[in-house]
Design a protein around this ligand. Sequence first.
Ligand code: ADP
Ligand code: MG
Length: 679
Amino acid sequence: MMSAEFQKDITYLKGVGPKRAECYKKLGIETVFDLLNHFPRGYLDFSSPVSIAEGANTGDNAVVKGRVVKKLPEARIRKGLSIYKAVFTDDISDLTIVIYNSEFAFKQLETYQEYILYGKITGSVMRYEITNPLVIPVDSPDKIQPVYALTEGLNQSLLRKSMHTALEAFDGDIYEPMPKKIREKYNLCSYNYALENIHFPKDCHTCEIAKRRLVFDELLTLQLGMHILKSRSQSRTGCTMQNCSLNRFYDSLPFELTNGQQSAINDCIKDMCKSSPMNRLVQGDVGSGKTAVAAGAAFFAYTNGFQTALMAPTEILATQHFQTLCGFLEPLGVKVALLTGSLTPKQKTVLKQQIADGEYNVVVGTHALVQQSTEFKRLGLVITDEQHRFGVEQRAALAQKGQNPHKLVMSATPIPRTLALMIYGDLDISVLKELPKGRQPVETYAITGKLRERAYGFVKDRLDEGRQAYIVCPMIDESEMDLQDVKSYAKNLQEGAFRDYRVGLLHGKLSPIEKEQIMTDFKEHKTDLLVSTTVIEVGVDVPNSAVMVIENADRFGLSQLHQLRGRVGRGKYKSYCILITDNVNEESRKRLKILAKTHDGFKISEEDLKLRGPGDFFGSRQHGLPTMKIADMSADIEILKQVQSAAEEITTADPMLKSSENRGLQQLAFMLFKSKNID
Ligand code: ADP
Ligand code: MG
């Protein structure tokens, strides 16, 4: 177990009274453990000074070493403003140190003493200057100083002092949570060393060693936490099914399944025949045909006498899934219901009763509706179309429902495998690698606004051939003004370039019924051109649409653009995507070019990861994982891989981390997920 000191309240430390403890609380620090886990944001590195000339005018802070040769008398500019100056030299150039208003700082400087300065150097050879530099004596042992996130009532030196006190309290004897053989195998320093050196590194090297250990711990803890989550939900299911033939289903499909679809369905069947509930993710690029997999799994459940619930994030998608599933399943005698907010209260009551009576075999709806108060007669399978907005937490909550039904998650976000293991560590994964036969890649161009008219002309040509098109305008902040912009953009098109065509407008502020009407009109080809905000991003399927124009394309992440682009090229027609941007900077051009030449969602997401960092995948709102203090999952991908093999080693031998050597890790995992109720 973790030593008692570690979990003591922070006021246990000398120099931290109740008042200061209040300040620390604002930073989320309540215990000594919390404090020591408040890692520096960065460091002031005094360890490698350069010459004054070299450090000058870089636009950045410089570190220089030298001595004070002369202190000038105080210059009192006016009441309350004094300037102190000293002349400093590195024996090549001179530098004037300018200190505003701090007699104290000035007094610290002694003539003929050597110092290291940290600050911005401006001016020229004649007169280099540094204002209010940070100063340490040349022989100071703290050449690298931590910089912490602060809050009112705290400053850097107070924090540093508290850290010192905390570390001293243990006197080099901090509890080691990591089993010895893992530490040795992965070449990790001790926890004690890591904490000392993350806060007060002797040099960059020790800092790196410390950081690696702490990142390892953090990722391992997360991975183990996910593992515990997974074993919990794997307990038992009341819905064990019997294997049976799905030939009736396969024969009735209008197409042949891809290998990926077939093996994903087989994975599901195998899982659903077990006595523990299925927890499976079907991951596939846009257009890879995840819905058919869902239909197969639902049909299997139906054949076994179980009901299936399919939850979608939006009404439009729920409606679309409903229609697709009806198409696949109703001819086979499966009864499918649609449960959305557009129903009247009375309709809802009636429908819910019928679901409870088991009159429907498959229920499609939005998350809210299906989860809330809907009773099933014999629910055996829950499918969620995640569209990367769901999270671990919800999945865990779902596991508690009913007879512990089987769960299938569909995700269109093709995230790199290592990241998938993190976000979906509690799930088994089936990947749909290939797209259905005959799909042609969407030809993609990036243009500037100057060519907009020509792009419109190109769109009109496609419409004349009988195709349909989308124009996507991002709503920048979803405000009224934004909405006006989109509305007038659509109006201009309808009255101008596209006056001979039927233009629809879809945006997030419409009521669900209006949205559905507009989508239905577009699906039924009652409109030719759909102007839309990003609400169409999520999985809309209209095979006749063959062109998409995206305005302000540089505002989107690559993965998002790829998702959008996936709305076209879904049928047999050659399709196009035109990205319009007036942002001509190198970075944004580079990004759009990647999209023009790449059609593999996995590759694109990896590029996105490199260019924009993991925020898109790891914004905590999206994935629901605990926030990481130190690990950056894209930069630390190598460690992540090692962590994954370590986690496997540990859990194979001791799945619930109950042995005494794993207790520390178990405790850390519980602490990390403490707000997530895995305990
Ligand atoms: P997504 O994986 O993006 O959800 P969908 O399930 O919406 O993809 O499928 C995209 C389109 O491809 C649909 O029109 C669907 O009918 C069609 N489709 C699915 N599987 C196949 C297949 N094996 N062969 C041909 N078309 C398919
Ligand atoms: Mg889909």
